[in-house]
Design a binder for this molecule. Sequence first.
Ligand code: SAH
Length: 268
Amino acid sequence: MTYMPDANWDNVCFILVGTTHPGNIGAAARAMKSMGIRRLALVQPKHFPCAEATAMASGADDLLADAEVWNSWPDALRDYAMVVGTSARQRRIDWPAMDPRHCATEIARLATQQRVAIVFGREHSGLSNDELEYCNATVRIPTVPGFSSLNLAAAVQILAYEIYLAGLVRADVHGRSPAVLKTPRASAEAMLQFYAHLQQTMTDVGFFDPQKPRRLMRRLRRLFNRAALDTDEVQILRGFLAAVQGRGLKVGSGSTGGPSINSKCPAV
Ligand code: SAH
């Protein structure tokens, strides 16, 4: 099989959250580089930059030099149309979970046009449920029962390999002409604004009590993240919310923030 990538790996970013051991950051960079993925972002790493990270990168120190470092988790995600969280555990809440191969196929398809993030958690505790709420899906690498937690860089290697492989398969099937998505997926930032608008509207109409939130917003985030909304669909929903709020269709002046949206629903 000839390597003719039609996916744009510049659109794929691996985000490591709260990494404790700098050696894992270096080993992750090495794993990524071997599979052609070069964009690395770090959210609140315990030690970085660090000689141990550079040593473990073993020639992938250019990825470390270019790595983005973020203090805030939501800020790190704003530009992505798809955010995939990785987790070793089955979660109490039933997040939409993919296996690595299915996930990589989806990433290789989407990355031809939009930015995608794959997020990895802390060595000891993984990603929190709150952090997973920002993800469109979770991926669990299958393991034998009872021993599911891989080393962070090993998990990075498996996902990077699957994405590389999915790129090869796409190249074989599609040559160099990627399938064009008619409407781009909504960015994570657009989804954050939508959730804020949804919560505000539900509060306005007395459906949601911020004093007793229970798990309503989490369940709704899970529902809409699973749907992988495109930009038109978010616009339709926000137009509807604005109509429910009874303040016309112009969004952006109230507490929900966000840009103004077109008052007309796009053709559906
Ligand atoms: N004790 C943690 C495991 C952390 S391992 C937990 O229960 O979640 C560090 C990170 O490596 C995880 O947050 C995840 O990003 C990745 N990882 C490890 N094993 C994995 C697996 N089987 N599937 C998917 N990701 C895994």
